[in-house]
Design a protein. Structure first.
Length: 121
C-alpha cells in the first residue's frame, strides 16, 4: 500500500505546485497566501509519504484529498483534478491493502514450504 499511496502523493505534490502557479496568476489572492497554502499542502504530500505506515495516515490523506477538491473554488480545474486524485487515492488504499494481504499469504506459504510443510491451496 505504501508504494501506491506514495506514488499518488508525489503526483499530487506536482499538481498542487502547478495549481499554485495558476492561482497566483488568476485569483485575487496575494502571492504570499497562495504559496503559504500551496506550500503547506505540498509539504504535507511529501511528509505523508513517510508516514503511511503509521495509524491515521490514510485519514490525513483523505483530508488532503478533500482540500484538493476544495481548491477548485480558487482554480476551477482543481474540482476535476481533485476528484481524479481522490479516485487514485481510493484505488491506492484499496488495492494496496489487497496487495499487502497477498504478499503476506505468499510469505507465509513460502515459510511453510521452507519448513517442510506443503503449501495451503
Amino acid at each position: 500500500m505504501r508504494t501506491l499511496c506514495a506514488s499518488t502523493l508525489i503526483g499530487e505534490f506536482f499538481v498542487v505546485g502547478f495549481a499554485g502557479l495558476v492561482a497566483m496568476q488568476t485569483s485575487d489572492l496575494s502571492t504570499g497566501t497562495v504559496w503559504t497554502v500551496s506550500g503547506v499542502a505540498m509539504a504535507l504530500c511529501v511528509l505523508l509519504c513517510g508516514m503511511l505506515s503509521r495509524p491515521g495516515a490514510v485519514g490525513i490523506g483523505w483530508a488532503l484529498q478533500i482540500g484538493l477538491i476544495a481548491a477548485g473554488f480558487v482554480v476551477p480545474t482543481m474540482f476535476f483534478m481533485g476528484a481524479v486524485f481522490a479516485a487514485l487515492w481510493w484505488a491506492s488504499v484499496h488495492y494496496g491493502r489487497k496487495i499487502d494481504e497477498a504478499k503476506a499469504r505468499f510469505a507465509a506459504a513460502a515459510g511453510d514450504t521452507a519448513a517442510g510443510a506443503t503449501p495451503a491451496p
